[in-house]
Design a protein. Structure first.
Lengths: 339, 431
């Protein structure tokens, strides 16, 4: 299969292109998604290629976008709605939590809900509190939803194709800070394009990455770092800068969670650091910490550490004081390694 | 409160809290309801532009007059056979409701909801729609299933959450789901089905299908954002969908005023969206049929969605958990100005010479017997809380298509708990 360099947006666009080409039941829609191709250009060209009944603009109602997706899925389509920013997803919560997530269960399998809700999430773009949030923990808490977060163009395409082909509803959060290039958390250094990163070499055709499989993106003996999305790159940079021998695990899928890979690593290293952008209290890191101690308690050499966003609304001007960057991670690594 | 902030030279503001005309102990008062004489409301073409239909949202489509005669342009001119079938479907729905309500009182299930007085809505509409058209009902359209011939035994299995329940005992009673009968899984969250119906209709149109969708909600839940989202999507894409607002005057204990009913009609909601809106006597089966057929023809010919307000009355409590004597006048049902749908269709058939009291009594008996027989059959599969439930491990099935590892672990935990509770009964799979 031929491949080429893609940034994450191009990889996501390619995934939808491939999915729509293979299966005419796949439809994409959302605010500004159709003619214009999305505010981040993720759906660019799809309307021209597949027509306006398969890629179209919608009214500005997230409740309606997801509600309509549920009805389309009931008909037999495979909708891939876009919520323009994860921060806007809350009006759709009832349709996601009480409907899409529950319809297979409440109908005892009479209806499936093969819906993939794509949405850019996370901070680091000076988006202020309504364009920066990381609400993944809200969705991992809901029985019946899968939650997927890629960290590279290659993963984004393979995971998105797997999500679209999955017969259950998937929340697919795209870390928008790394749409155009990986980000090591050093906001005062020049930005890097994806072109220099090996995972920007993306096959043009069809491939999938199974949901529920984490990736060990760096191997080491002394520490296990659990991260996803943008924080995979920030954590990798911090580990390298401190010269720590660490397993860095990119979770890729929060639900279902690849606990086996996590467990094997923590039992090997005896130390665990969890990194996410989302607010701390009752964030997904709390779930990870609980599961790691349940399974690895007698292998732990130090308390499990969490690096997270602070429990405040996402600030605008103080973004870099809020963002869980290399310093916060470095301090946590020092702490977890000191025991 | 800072009194000084009041400016004393203008009258103070006053907040309006709606209050129904009558409360318990008071005489029912429907004097504010204007009943348009049967036959008087015009019948526009089904392809008419929405802006030419504004008067329809304030009128009242009525066919049956007080003498039981069918008059005016909306008379659907149905055959006596069809009329008798509609009468029987309504009677069977009422008999089913009566028996299931009693079953709940007898402790055989946890919950039930009747549609007494509103049978014409679901039944006449099901006659007007094609069997293949997709219904997204609320919890009070059991008449759709009965009219479409869904087995009563299956309905009762669901109500009992027993071993025969097609939904594996997972849903509250009456939250049916029947794909083979074009009946979407009922949600307890209100109005969520409206944008879903619009999405289904959009999908049908985008695939060049010929089937249309219909959805139902109460007047109370038109206040939900989902209603607005559905109407907006419906008008934007001219979706082949019928959105039915069953205005039965009461949302549990909240009278129609708390949904905005003091200020305007619910059919008039359509005007702001540029959607065709009809207001129909919901207790007149012929008017309901005719309006639905009009809207279905409109949808099927790519002329877009219709909002139908069915003006009716919830003759009984919201559910088995409700006591309407605590909040509304006791004689409202008797004084409701639009009568009872079964009595009105019966009178019409008798006036045609196509029915009589003896045949009606026989039909009622047959309906009661059919429900009784179905109940007996369903009880072989158990009643709620008395053994014969679904196998324990099914609790974890259908969360996802395949069982993920964490649910497999939790399933094992639950089975271990049951073994501790019922060690001599193999975990008590029948407890």
């Amino acid at each position: 299969m031929t491949s080429r360099r893609m940034n994450m947006i191009e990889a996501i666009n390619s995934a939808m292109d491939v999915a729509m080409g293979r299966d005419d039941r796949v439809v994409v829609f959302g605010e500004d998604v159709g003619y214009f191709g999305g505010v981040f250009r993720a759906t660019a060209g799809l309307q021209a290629k597949y027509g306006a009944t398969r890629s179209f603009d919608t009214p500005i109602t997230e409740c309606g976008i997801v509600g309509v997706a549920v009805g389309m899925a009931a008909y037999g389509l495979r909708p891939v709605p876009e919520i323009q920013f994860a921060d806007y997803i809350y009006p759709a919560l009832d349709q996601l939590v009480s409907e899409a997530a529950r319809i297979r269960y409440r109908s005892a399998g009479q209806w499936a809900m093969p819906i993939t809700v794509r949405s850019p999430f996370g901070g680091g773009i000076f988006g202020g509190q309504t364009h920066s949030q990381s609400p993944e923990g809200i969705f991992t808490h809901v029985a019946g939803l899968k939650t997927v977060i890629p960290s590279t163009p290659y993963d984004a395409k393979g995971l998105l194709l797997a999500a679209i082909e999955d017969n259950d509803p998937v929340i697919f959060f795209e870390p928008k800070r790394i749409y155009n290039g990986p980000f090591d958390g050093h906001y005062d250094r020049p930005v890097q394009p994806w072109a220099k990163h090996p995972a920007s070499e993306v096959p043009e055709g069809h491939y999938t990455i199974p949901l529920g499989k984490a990736a060990v993106v760096r191997e080491g003996q002394d520490l296990t770092v659990l991260a996803y999305g943008t924080m995979v790159h920030v954590a990798l940079a911090a580990v390298e800068e401190l010269g720590v021998e660490a397993d860095v695990i990119d979770l890729r899928t929060l639900m279902p969670l690849d606990i086996e890979t996590i467990e094997a690593s923590v039992k090997k290293t005896g130390r665990c650091l969890i990194v996410h952008e989302a607010t701390r209290t009752a964030g997904f890191g709390a779930e990870l910490a609980a599961q790691v101690q349940e399974r690895c308690f007698y292998h732990l050499e130090a308390p499990i550490e969490r690096v997270t966003g602070f429990d405040t609304p996402y600030p605008h001007s103080l973004e870099w004081a809020y963002f869980p960057g290399p310093i916060r991670i470095g301090m946590a690594i020092e702490k977890v390694m000191a025991e | 409160m800072n009194i000084d902030s009041r400016r004393t030279n203008i009258p103070p503001l006053a907040l309006h809290i709606p209050e129904p005309p009558a409360r318990p102990g008071e005489e029912a008062d429907f004097s504010h309801i204007q009943v348009t004489p049967a036959g008087e409301t015009r019948r526009p073409d089904s392809w008419a532009e929405p802006h030419s239909l504004h008067d329809m949202a304030y009128g009242l489509v009525r066919v049956l007059d007080d003498s039981g005669a069918a008059i005016g342009p909306w008379d659907p001119r149905l055959s006596p056979e069809t009329l008798r079938q509609m009468l029987r479907d309504m009677a069977l729905t009422r008999a089913f409701d009566d028996r299931m309500f009693r079953a709940q009182r007898q402790g055989k299930t946890s919950f039930y909801m009747k549609c007494t007085g509103e049978e014409a809505v679901a039944v006449a509409q099901s006659h007007a729609l094609d069997f293949e058209d997709m219904c997204f009902p609320s919890y009070r359209q059991q008449g759709i299933l009965i009219t479409r011939g869904y087995p009563l035994v299956e309905m009762i299995n669901q109500i009992y959450s027993n071993r025969g329940d097609a939904l594996k005992g997972r849903q509250l009673p009456i939250m049916y789901s029947a794909p083979d009968h074009g009946f979407f899984t009922v949600s307890g969250n209100l109005a969520t089905q409206l944008p879903q119906a619009v999405g289904w209709a959009m999908a049908s149109a985008s695939r060049g299908d010929t089937r249309i969708a219909a959805a139902w909600c109460g007047e109370g839940s038109t206040a939900e954002g989902d209603f607005h989202a559905a109407m907006t999507f419906a008008t934007v894409y001219r979706a082949p969908v019928i959105i039915n607002v069953v205005n039965n005057q009461w949302a549990i204990s909240s009278f129609v005023g708390f949904a905005g009913g003091e200020a305007t009609t619910f059919a008039a909601r359509a005007i702001g969206y540029g959607v065709a809106g009809l207001r129909v006597d919901g207790n007149d089966p012929l008017a309901v049929y005719a309006a639905t057929a009009w809207a279905a023809e409109r949808a099927r010919t790519n002329n877009g969605p219709t909002l139908i307000e069915h003006f009716t009355y919830r003759a009984e409590g919201h559910s088995t958990s409700d006591d309407p004597s605590a909040y509304r006048s006791a004689d409202e049902r008797a004084k409701w100005p639009l009568g009872d749908p079964i009595a009105r269709l019966k009178a019409h058939l008798i006036s045609l010479g196509e029915w009589d009291e003896d045949r009606h009594a026989t039909m009622d008996l047959e309906c009661a017997e059919a429900v009784k027989a179905a109940q007996k059959e369903a009880e072989k599969n158990g009643i709620l809380g008395h053994g014969l439930h679904q196998p324990l491990e099914t609790m974890f099935e259908d969360v996802f298509e395949t069982l993920p590892p964490h649910l497999r672990e939790q399933q094992a935990q639950m089975l271990a708990e049951r073994m501790r509770k019922w060690p001599d009964q193999g975990g008590g799979d029948a407890q």
